[in-house]
Ligand binder design. Structure first.
Ligand code: AP5
Length: 247
């Protein structure tokens, strides 16, 4: 068996000639590894939502909600927002109907506590893949070294309107500082200042890196070299999602 039929066996559903990923995917990696870049591509490819805790928190901050007020200072110094706040926020997002076939988690989980919460949540969760069923989690760890991460984060620009990510060094917009899609003026994220970047990297090493061993021990971890071109990282991620530990 080959092609879409074989892929359906491994957990996907062919809809309108597009393969739709089924089930939960976690993109793990340090700040600047390319989680958001790949999540957006995978979302378009598989027609499942990107669930970025960083984006949801930034939205709360910009709307001045109670959660946003609590998160603002923590994010600006590069630390992690409290587990209980983040898990409640994620639960609300994952319970929406667009997550029924699956989702790409970008920036969550980030602590062992969050990963344990996700394990418990997924034990109760069914996905629509040729009928309702449990689908095992796939974890893709994107690996990039320190100097490259610093270069990427310093050059990152984001569109405040559509969320598209650029890089002035590797992936510049066609027109200087303007989004290719909607022409909005591109912005530098508030936490992409050098002193905050180094705090974020420390928080990653201290609190998130242990998740690599956590998921390796569960047999769910797939490692990808994130220094490859974006297309090559995407190809590997797709191959993992379609043929990974779902059989
Ligand atoms: P969040 O928004 O999740 O930020 P992050 O994890 O630090 O990750 P980034 O968004 O900075 O990087 P990325 O891996 O997505 O890289 P990107 O694709 O943009 O979190 C922000 C804050 O929110 C946290 O510090 C914390 O305070 C809070 N928070 C969020 N989640 C939380 C949680 N679960 N618990 C507690 N607190 C939480 O790429 C970076 C750049 O590199 C771009 O310019 C891109 O164009 C470029 N690039 C990407 N791939 C490549 C490639 N292959 N080659 C060359 N360039 C590339």
């Amino acid at each position: 068996m080959s092609g879409p039929e074989a892929k359906m066996k491994s957990g996907g559903v062919a809809t309108n000639s597009k393969l739709v990923a089924a089930g939960p995917v976690v993109l793990l990696g340090p700040p600047g590894a390319g989680k958001g870049t790949q999540a957006k591509r995978l979302m378009a490819r598989y027609v499942v939502p990107q669930v970025s805790t960083g984006d949801i928190l930034r939205d709360h901050v910009s709307r001045g909600t109670q959660l946003g007020e609590k998160a603002r200072a923590v994010m600006e110094r590069g630390s992690l927002v409290e587990d209980s706040l983040v898990c409640d926020m994620v639960a609300e997002r994952l319970n929406r109907p667009d997550c029924l076939r699956g989702f790409i988690l970008d920036g969550f989980p980030r602590t062992v506590g969050q990963a344990q919460w996700l394990d418990r949540y997924l034990q109760t969760r069914l996905f629509e893949t040729n009928g309702l069923r449990r689908v095992p989690l796939v974890v893709i760890s994107i690996q990039v070294g320190y100097n490259e991460l610093m270069r990427r984060l310093a050059g990152r620009r984001c569109c405040p309107t559509c969320g598209r990510i650029y890089n002035i060094n590797f992936q510049p917009p066609r027109e200087d500082e303007r989004c290719d899609v909607d022409g909005s003026r591109l912005e530098v994220r508030r936490d992409d200042r050098e002193e905050v970047i180094s705090e974020r990297l420390k928080a990653y090493e201290r609190q998130t890196l242990p998740l690599v061993e956590y998921y390796r021990a569960q047999g769910r971890l797939h490692e990808v070299d994130g220094t490859q071109p974006m297309e090559a990282v995407m190809d590997e991620a797709m191959s993992i999602i379609e043929n990974g530990n779902r059989l």
